[in-house]
Write a protein of this length. Structure first.
Length: 340
């Protein structure tokens, strides 16, 4: 009887979890959960709230969407959050291309160093909906994801507590934290640095303890993780682009009717609109805090950027082999067409 009771309790707990995620509720209302790994003050959260409000206001009561920041349905584990969407135990999540490249590396071509001049350039490129790029994005379906919206993130920059990075020679021997993505490890090795792949929550302590001298990340992200307190040689390079994705479990998506699919895609664009607006305020706040803390911001001129491009030639050549010549040419032509 004791075993039966324990099993029964476990069954009830599992049923409650399942009911809170994918089952239909009273009155045939489908409860939908959206999660992301940032705080409730982050642009992703504001965009997610706009996404939820759009669907709740335009679905005639068929859907009830809730938003959970800080990977709140995944015990604060962002990697688990993504896997939950893949498995179908979470409907929708928000993450970056840098992270989702582990599930589909084809769109990583967008992150080739020095390909885009700024975030507006990335936005124009995405809006082109170039067939080759759309094909790369479509391959997320193999991982059971459908992308509902793509929002350009602030460009990645370089910061460390040893010296200002002005030329590739300044990278020599620097232990730099990079994302847990082989793409970034290879870039920094080619530049002569000593990359250390580590998760975001280890950056501050890692720099403080000397595990690494600095990192590459956007200005707002370095503000969020308080990196300005421990590294203040900041090279504004705009050297790598990134995207925020709001994505949905493809099994759930395929069970929607055509009208509801259009609704979710429209809500995805509402996420992009609001998130892009909030990025501006977040960026201004980050810059103000950096100046208050005495961060030395140095804007890299074009001639210095070209030195990095030249040094990265072997990386570009190796990376190009992952694409057909037609794909490579079409992508760069779309980049050119969307340039300022």
């Amino acid at each position: 009887m004791r075993v039966l009771k324990v099993v029964s309790i476990l069954f009830i707990m599992l049923a409650l979890v399942a009911g809170s995620v994918f089952a239909r509720g009273h009155g045939d209302v489908t409860r939908i959960n959206v999660s992301h790994p940032q705080t409730d003050q982050h642009p992703w959260h504001h965009g997610a709230i706009a996404f939820a409000n759009y669907i709740n206001a335009n679905s005639d009561g068929r859907f009830d969407v809730s938003v959970f920041p800080n990977s709140g349905l995944s015990q604060g584990n962002a990697a688990l959050m993504v896997e939950q969407v893949q498995a179908g135990t979470l409907h929708i999540a928000i993450e970056s291309l840098t992270v989702l490249a582990a599930f589909n590396d084809r769109p990583s071509i967008l992150q080739l160093p020095f390909t885009f001049s700024d975030r507006d350039h990335v936005s124009r490129f995405v809006q082109l909906r170039d067939p080759v790029w759309e094909g790369f994005m479509g391959e997320f379906e193999r991982s059971n994801f459908i992308i509902l919206g793509s929002s350009p993130r602030p460009m990645r920059q370089l910061n460390n507590n040893v010296r200002m990075i002005r030329t590739p020679a300044d990278m020599e021997g620097l232990r730099m934290r990079v994302p847990m993505n082989p793409f970034f490890v290879s870039i920094f090795e080619t530049l002569g640095a000593s990359p250390v792949a580590a998760p975001p929550h280890e950056i501050y302590m890692g720099i403080q303890l000397g595990t690494f001298a600095g990192e590459d990340n956007s200005i707002p992200n370095q503000y969020d993780f308080r990196i300005f307190e421990v590294a203040q040689n900041f090279s504004v390079v705009n050297y790598i682009a990134d995207l925020s994705f709001i994505f949905i479990n493809s099994d759930f998506y395929r069970n929607l009717n055509d009208a509801d699919r259009r609704l979710f895609h429209a809500a995805g664009q509402e996420f992009v609109r609001v998130e892009q607006h909030e990025i501006e305020a977040h960026y201004a706040l980050a810059m103000a805090e950096g100046h208050r803390l005495g961060v030395d911001f140095w804007v890299m001129p074009p001639e210095n950027k070209q030195l990095f491009v030249d040094r990265l030639a072997p990386f570009f050549e190796q990376f190009s082999r992952s694409y057909t010549p037609a794909e490579w040419t079409a992508f760069h032509e779309a980049v050119r067409r969307s340039a300022p």
